[in-house]
Design a protein around this ligand. Structure first.
Ligand SMILES: [Zn+2]
Length: 293
């Protein structure tokens, strides 16, 4: 039996919601979601998740977690602790293991999605980066066919490439991070400074092709992502970069990034494609991580 033929209880932990799924092969057989509980103890948190998955547990041979934040041997922590709904480090994998006696694996959510995208690339590649542009900017790196998490789990936190010494303050403590310039949060901040009454990011994107100020805000984000892509190409000589997230997949965004990259010297250009995974890429990645070694 191949490892993917097993049933995996997949858990995707976000700041506000938790999605759980029973994954068989490459398909989510059943799926549920519920608000992230506000408990301080990992064992209590784990018990609440297991309660939601109680009728699946007999069928699941293992548990895969993808989570917001930084995953270390001690548990879940964060570069920006304000984004976590629990105290760090949060030993969730250990708590689930002791409650269920099943093997548990845990990955950062963007790394999990990166692995999912890598496995589903339309054309095989050896070296790939996944960049997600949504509320924040995150990512994951595949080097020579393997997910690279790094010794402390930090690898792929590409949103914290600092690209502008005069840029805005980032929640991580640095200045001018890609996340502080390109994220949905950054776009919204600039939009609210510009438009009164305030408009949503969806409205901003609709307005952009015919409204120079709206277009300039979207362009600033796309340009920062293009700079990030070229920096990653220079660092890792990538074959391809996969772009995802609510902003990354917004209509016309990828095309703007591609235009900015096309203006750079040839050595720093890299093909950019849209992510395959929809909002379940992190959940599927939670299950797919068992197939990565
Ligand atoms: Zn930062």
């Amino acid at each position: 039996m191949s490892t993917l033929a097993k049933n995996t209880l997949a858990i995707d932990i976000g700041g506000t919601k938790i999605a759980i799924g029973l994954v068989h092969g490459d398909a989510i057989v059943e799926r549920r979601q519920f608000p992230t509980p506000t408990v301080k103890e990992a064992s209590q948190f784990a018990a609440m998740i297991l309660e939601q998955a109680a009728d699946w547990l007999d069928r699941a041979t293992r548990i895969g977690i993808s989570t917001t934040g930084l995953v270390t041997e001690q548990g879940i922590s964060a570069i920006n602790p304000d984004t976590l709904a629990f105290p760090a480090p949060f030993p969730l994998a250990a708590a689930l293991e002791s409650l269920t006696n099943k093997p548990v694996a845990m990955l950062n959510d963007a790394q999990a999605a990166a692995w999912y995208e890598y496995v589903n690339l339309p054309q095989p590649a050896r070296n790939m980066a996944f960049i997600t542009v949504s509320t924040g900017v995150g990512g994951g790196i595949i080097i020579d066919g393997k997910l690279h998490s790094g010794a402390t789990g930090l690898a792929g936190h590409v949103g914290h490439f600092s690209i502008d010494p005069n840029g805005p303050q980032c929640g991580c403590g640095q200045v001018g991070c890609v996340e502080a310039i390109a994220s949905g949060t950054a776009i919204q901040r600039r939009s609210h400074e510009t438009f009164h009454p305030p408009i949503s990011n969806v409205e901003l994107f609709k307005l952009a092709p015919n409204e120079p100020q709206a277009e300039a805000i979207v362009q600033a984000s796309a340009q920062a992502i293009a700079t990030l892509c070229s920096n990653l190409k220079a660092t890792l000589d990538l074959d391809v970069i996969v772009l995802g997230g609510g902003v990354g997949l917004a209509s016309g965004y990828l095309a703007r990034v591609v235009e900015h990259i096309a203006q750079r010297p040839h050595a720093f250009q890299v093909p950019i494609i849209a992510a395959q995974g929809d909002y379940d890429a992190c959940l599927l990645g939670a299950a797919f991580q068992f197939n990565k070694d």
